[in-house]
Design a protein around this ligand. Structure first.
Ligand SMILES: [Zn+2]
Length: 187
């Protein structure tokens, strides 16, 4: 508690008493010696989640846990892992001091933790939480995950195909046009 006069952060309590729903403390600054009063109240913290359609509901660790469990179904994870994650996320959200967070923030917190934990659970969770409207975005997410895990082997499957003519040869790749400095001036 900073002294309101000199901003010093150490004070001693010289008197303390209960009043309606709070504790009133008389303090004396350890630096400038001036006195000030603080009130301490218990605050029932509540955290609401703003859903995509704008509706609010009370944050529920149980719901978060259920969606984590769904994503991690049949994955080889140690008992208690998901409970720990859900608790971590809740603590983290509470620590931000905000009274409302979007489902997206909750989801991304879970995504971050699942990414390090289990790739399959991560993909399952991401596909639900990010609610991919755009298949390209989903693809990019998966590709980003794969490329961070192992070197790409996309071409190895093609190598298994027999080299006969039943497969039409790909047309020679067109040379990518470089913008010519002359073209810029054309109408
Ligand atoms: Zn002071």
């Amino acid at each position: 508690m900073l002294c309101p006069f000199c901003r010093h952060d150490d004070s001693k309590v010289i008197d303390s008493r209960d009043s309606a729903g709070s504790i009133r403390r008389r303090r004396e600054c350890a630096n400038c010696g001036r006195r000030f009063t603080t009130y301490e109240r218990a605050e029932a913290r509540s955290l609401r989640v703003i859903k995509q359609d704008g509706r609010r509901e009370e944050f529920s660790r149980g719901k978060l846990l259920a969606s984590l469990a769904k994503a991690c179904a049949k994955r080889p994870l140690p008992t208690g892992t998901l409970e720990k994650i859900a608790e971590d996320i809740e603590t983290h959200l509470m620590d931000t001091g905000r009274s409302e967070v979007s489902t997206r923030v909750v989801g991304e917190s879970a995504v971050e933790r699942l990414r390090d934990l289990d790739p399959v659970a991560y993909i399952r969770f991401v596909s639900v939480y990010r609610d991919f409207q755009d298949i390209e975005v989903f693809k990019e997410t998966i590709e980003a995950l794969l490329s961070s895990e192992e070197p790409r082997e996309a071409s190895s499957q093609l190598a298994l195909l027999p080299e006969d003519t039943t497969i039409p040869r790909r047309p020679a790749r067109r040379r990518r046009r470089r913008p010519s400095p002359y073209q810029a001036n054309r109408p």
